[in-house]
Design a protein around this ligand. Sequence first.
Ligand SMILES: *[C@@H]1O[C@H](CO)[C@@H](O)[C@H](O)[C@H]1NC(C)=O
Ligand SMILES: *[C@@H]1O[C@H](CO)[C@@H](O)[C@H](O)[C@H]1NC(C)=O
Ligand SMILES: *[C@@H]1O[C@H](CO)[C@@H](O)[C@H](O)[C@H]1NC(C)=O
Ligand SMILES: *[C@@H]1O[C@H](CO)[C@@H](O)[C@H](O)[C@H]1NC(C)=O
Ligand SMILES: [Zn+2]
Length: 962
Amino acid sequence: MKTTDGGYVVSKCRAFLLFIAFVGSLIAVGLLVYFLADRPAASSVTNGASTASPSTSGSSKAEVISSNKNVRLPRAVLPIRYDVRLFPVLEKGNFSILGHVSIDVHCKMETDRIVLHSADIVVDPKSVEVMEHGKTMKTLMVASDGIHYDTEMEFLVIRLCPKHKDKLAKGTNYTLSMSFVGHLTDQLRGLYRSTYKEDGIEKYMAVSQMEPTDARRAFPCFDEPNMKAIFSVTLGRHRHMTALSNMPLINTTQMEGTEEFYWDHFAPSVPMSTYLVAFIVANFTQVAADVGNANWKFNIYARPSARNQAQYASEIGPKIQAFFEDYFQIPFPLPKQDMIAIPDFAAGAMENWGLITYRETALLYDEKKSSVSNKERVCEVIAHELAHQWFGNLVTMDWWTDLWLNEGFASYAEYLGSEHVEPGLKWLQQFVTRDLQDVMSLDALESSHPISVVVHHPNEINEIFDRISYGKGATIIRMLAAFLGEKTFRQGLSNYLKSRQYGNAVQDDLWDALTKQAKVNKVAIPTGVKQIMDTWTLKMGFPVVTVTREYDNNTVLISQERFLMQRSNASSQDKTVYLWWVPLTYTADFQTIGSTWLSDGQTSKKHELSIPIDKSQWLIFNVDQMGYYRINYDAQNWQLIGQQLMTNHSAISVINRAQIMDDAFNLAEAGQLDYMTTLNLTRYLEHESDYVPWDSALSGMGSISSMMSRTSGYGLLKKHFRTIITPLYNKLGFDQKMGEDILMTKLRANAVSWACSMGNKDCISRVVSSYAQWMADPENVDIISPNVKGPVTCAAIREGDEAEWEFALNRYMSSNVASEQAVLLASMSCSEKPWILAKMLEMSLNSTSGIRKQDAARVISQVAYNSLGRYMAFNFIRDKWDELRKVFPTTFSSMSGIIKAVAASFNTDLELKELMQFRDERSASLGGAERAMQQSIDRAKNNLNWMRQNYHKVVDWLQRVY
Ligand SMILES: *[C@@H]1O[C@H](CO)[C@@H](O)[C@H](O)[C@H]1NC(C)=O
Ligand SMILES: *[C@@H]1O[C@H](CO)[C@@H](O)[C@H](O)[C@H]1NC(C)=O
Ligand SMILES: *[C@@H]1O[C@H](CO)[C@@H](O)[C@H](O)[C@H]1NC(C)=O
Ligand SMILES: *[C@@H]1O[C@H](CO)[C@@H](O)[C@H](O)[C@H]1NC(C)=O
Ligand SMILES: [Zn+2]
C-alpha cells in the first residue's frame, strides 16, 4: 500500500443493519431468490439460532476465545479455496451487500468449531453449513446456538452440535458455506461505495480496500496474511456496469429473477492472502495499454470524463511491470493487470494482485493541468504498487510485524522502477531527501519506534503504516544493497522470492538468502547479514558518527552514538545498547572511496583509521549518503568543507551537498554543532542550482523559519533567506523555459514559493499580476503553468483578499482533475485572513462542502501549517473532537497527521502545557493516534528547547552578517 502524503486513513462504522431489515428490502428487489434457491435442501441443515446477530448473541459462550487476548485465529482449520459471491447493491436508500461464501478448509487438528474473521456482517444463520469431503459429501450438524460473533476479536465462531458428537477430523477437508448481508458504507474500507458526478448526475460505484484487516468486512474469511488460499470470485452487477476482480472474467450469467442484473464469474486466483483480494463494480472507461510482446494484458480504468488523464499511466505501467519482471527474474504470474483510479480512497494506492486501486491523484495525470510533481507522484506510486506484485503479493510477510519489509522494500524498489521510465527526475538522487532525510527527522525522537514491531490488534497494525516502516525501511534496504553490491543483492533477492513464491516469509529468511549469496559472490562483510541488519531493525533510531581528524599524523578517530534531537530522563531508563553495525565510506576527492565498518560492540574504544591526506584537504564520510547515519566532524574539517563549497561546490557530489546541509542543520538543532557553522554553510547556496541540495537546505531553513515566524528576529531571518534564494530565483526565472531539465522545472516551484514568502518584490508582483490575469480568464490554462500553480496561488491568496480565495475555491469545485484540485485546496490554506481559515476548517467536516472525506484530514493539517492557522486548528480539534472521531472513526489514525501538523511548530511553554493537557483529557479516545501524540509532545519539547538555546545564537549571527 502507498500511504497518502498526510498519513494513512481508515474509518469505521459500527453501525450495521440487522439481517431482518435487509431481508425486507431484498424480497422487494426479488434477489433473495438467488440466495435461497442456491442452497441444498434445508432439511440437511440444523437450524441455527434465528435471532443471531453480531451485537447480541451470547457473549458468554465464547469466553475461551475472548478472554484470551491473542487476536490470532486458531490454526486448527486452514482455508484452501474460497468461492465468494458478492452483489453490492448500488441504490440510494439501499446500499447493501448480499453475499455468499463457500470455503474449502483443511483440518489440521481435531476440533468442534471453525473460527474465522467477520466484522459488521450479518450471516443468515439458516444458511450456515459444514460439509465433509469424502466419497460422498456429508453434512455435519451445526449447533442450534452454534453461531457466535465475537465483535471485539472480529471473529465468527461456528460450533458443531455437541449432541451429535460431530467433530472436524484431522487431515480431512470440509466445505463451510453461508449467506450473509453487509452494509455498503462510505467508510473507505472493506467493500464500500464511492461517489462522483458525471454530466452533473451523481453516480455510485463499489470498490474494496482490504489491507490490512478489512477483508473480513466484505465476507467471512480467514483474514491473516499467512492463510493463503485460492479465490474464485463472482460479482453481481447492473447490466450497464462493469465488474472487476483480481483475475480475468470467464463468463457472465443472468441473475435469476431479474433482467437487469448479471453475475460475472472470474477465473480462480493463484494462492494469495485475503488482504490482496479486490472487487469493483463501476461504470468506468477502459484504456488499454500497449504491452508489446508481453504475456499479459494491461488496462487503466477511470471515470469516463477523466479518460484522457489515464494516458500517462498506460504508457509507463507496462514498462515498469516489464522492468520488475527483469529485475526479479520472475515473470508476472497473472494474465492481466488492471489499474483503476477511485474518486474516494483512503490510502494513496493499494497493490491488490492484478487489480491495483489508486487515489485519482496517484494515477491520473493531465498534461495541461498537472505539474511535474504530480507526474512524479503518479510514477512513484505506480512503481511502488508494481514492485509489491512480487515483493508482498508473491511472497508475503508472515504477519504484520514484518510489514516494514513489505513496505520498505516497495518504497526502495519504486525508485528503481521510476528511474527506468523517468530518468530525468534523477530518482536515485532524490531518494535522500524524499525518504532518508525525511524519516531521520522522525527517527531522531525518543518516541520513535523500531521498524520491526510486534503488533496484534488491528489498531496497532494500522498504526505501523507510517514513515518509519516505509521511509526507514527503504533507507536501510538501500544501505544493504550498497554494502552487498547491486549484483549480490539482486541475485539473493531473486533466490529468496523464487524459493518462497506463493508462500510467506519473515525478515530472517531474506537475510539468510542474502548471506548465502554474499558467500557465493565472495563479498567481504564483517558478519552475517542478519547480525548487521538486526541492529537497524530491532533498535529504534540511528547513529551520529563523529569524525575527529588528527592533522599531525593523518589519523582519524571515529565513534558512534545514537542521534537524538533531545535527551530526556526517559532515555536513561532505556536499557538498549544503541550501537550499530555501521558501513562507513569516506573520500577526500570523490575519486577514491575508502570503506570500513564500525561494530555494534565498540562501546568505549574509538575506531582509528589512518588516512594519508593533506592537512588542507577536506574529508567527507558517508559517500552519497548511502548509510543511514549522520556525520559530525571536527571544526577544522567543517571549515575545509565550507571553503570548498564556497569556491567550487561541484567538487563535492550532489548528494553529499544535500547530506552536508541536512546534517549541519540537524546537528545544530540538536546542539551538537555550532549554529554559526551551519549558517555559514548556507551562504554557499547563492551558487547552488542543483535540486537535491536545495531540497535539504529548504527543509532546514523551513524549520528555523517556522520556529521564528512569530518572533522579533523574523525580519532579519527573512532577509538572509531572501539573499540566498534570490540568485536561484533570478537564474531560473518566473516562466518555464522550453526544453529545460525537468528537475529545474521542479526547483522553480520551490524558488518561487520561497522568494515570494521571503518578500522578494519581483516575485510578489509577478504572482499578483498573473493571478489577476487568470481570474479574468479562468478557462485559460496557459496563463499560469501547472508547475508553479501551487506557489502562485498560495502567494496570491496570501497577498490577496476574499476574492482571490473565492476564485480558487470555484476552480477547485469545477475542476475535473484531482491533482489540480489538491494543489488548489492546499494553496487556499495560505490565506492570512483568520475568518477564511475558520471557514476552511468548518468545510473540512461538512459533507456537502465539496471536500471529500479522503481530503478532510489534509485540509485541517494544511491550515495548521499556516502559522496563523496553527492555533485555530488546535482549537478546532479540541472543540470538535467528538465530531472528528465520527468522521475518522476506526483506529483514528488519520488523526495522527492532524495532531502532528498542529503541534509541529509549538514552541512556547503555554502551547506545550496545553498539548499535554489535551493528551491527558483525551487519552481514552486517542485510538491509533497515541504514538503520534507522544511524538508531537516530544517535538514541542524540542522546539521549546530550541528557542531557549538557539534563538539568540541565530539572531546574533544574523545581526553580525546583516
Ligand atoms: C484436501 O485438499 C487439498 C487441497 O485441495 C488436497 O491436496 C488434499 O488431498 C485434500 N485432502 C483430502 C484428505 O481430501
Ligand atoms: C453507464 O454509462 C453509460 C454511458 O456513459 C450510460 O449510458 C449508462 O446509463 C450508465 N449506466 C449506469 C448503470 O449508470
Ligand atoms: C461460468 O463459469 C462458472 C465458473 O467457472 C461455471 O461454474 C459456470 O458453469 C459457467 N457458466 C457458463 C454458462 O459457462
Ligand atoms: C596520532 O596522534 C594522536 C594525538 O596525538 C594520538 O592519540 C594517536 O594515537 C596518534 N596515532 C598514530 C597512529 O600515531
Ligand atoms: Zn506499499
